[in-house]
Design a protein around this ligand. Sequence first.
Ligand code: ATP
Ligand code: MG
Length: 342
Amino acid sequence: MNKETLLKELSKVNYPGLDKSILEMKIVDDLSIDENGKSEITLSMQNDEAFAVLESQLNDLFAGRVKVVRKSAAKKSIHYGNTANPNNRAPYAKKIVAVTSGKGGVGKSTVSVNLAVALAQKGFSVGLLDADVYGPNIPRMTSTAHEKLQWDENDKIIPSENFGIKIMSVGLTTPAADTPLVWRSSVAVSALIQFLEDVAWGALDFLVIDMPPGTGDIQLTMAQELPITAGVIVTTPQPVALDDVSRAIMMFKDIGVPIGGLVENMSYFIAPDTKKRYDIFGLGGGEKTAKKYAIPFLGKIPLDMQIREFSDDGTPAVAMGDKLQKGYYKNIVENLLKEIGE
Ligand SMILES: Nc1ncnc2c1ncn2[C@@H]1O[C@H](COP(=O)(O)OP(=O)(O)OP(=O)(O)O)[C@@H](O)[C@H]1O
Ligand SMILES: [Mg+2]
């Protein structure tokens, strides 16, 4: 095999989980073929899991005829921080807001998008990072799902932009919305660290992070790798949701992440025809929980069919909704800014 054929083959090999070849990613550090036709490829990679995946893929591809070696000297800092003294992987962001909840489906992503856009409407420069690696909804919710990743001249990923905010999500790296990611959590975590370090965010007043559901690895890593200014906890009012949310609050408290406050989503429903109010999930659950854990209550958002439509259509309510709908999120942002002293 000559160098040309080898390069041609390598150009078809994508970096694990990304729609970009290892040549484009510039991780092929060296390529040699000796007089006996023995070839060796040196990959400069920091991620153990991704290297293992690539190594076996290349061994299969070349049926073992090409030796794959790893250049360990190129290892970047893999020094993980701890929550008492976190790293700062996002020194370009003045403030970092992490939107979380112990529970799935309570409206974290919808709140994240609308908070980010509301902050941008106030004149702040805002980045929105979708940390929900396995269920990335931010591209759809911001009408950026059709976009393809691009790189700038310094090999930094260019974030998508819409509604005045910069957006980064694993959903922008996979070719289709139904492509499942079967990453181990360590790969997911390193992808997120790459989104913090290798994206051309520019100077940000706020980096808003939409967390996945639960209280797991990703939440912990974010708290270790970023000095989070404020956690925003999203809940719905019913006791089952509040149990999970209590766990999220305790986790943040335990690992020393300051809590900006609690948002109660899907709080009540006003029937559009009769204007009658229904407290579908009960009344006052969010406020009670906020009181119990001595955290600020930032506001309520009712269950509103149009908010659901806005969110699924990729047109955030705070940008496209009526005065009332915009008001819910603006009110929450005002309260949050007060809490963090802006
Ligand atoms: N106030 C609301 N009124 C009506 N629908 C809403 C409201 N908030 C969110 N939704 C809808 O509820 C669904 C779940 O919301 P969202 O995806 O924001 O939740 P999530 O907590 O991020 O979920 P996951 O845990 O899966 O990440 C979405 O279809 C969204 O449009
Ligand atoms: Mg979500």
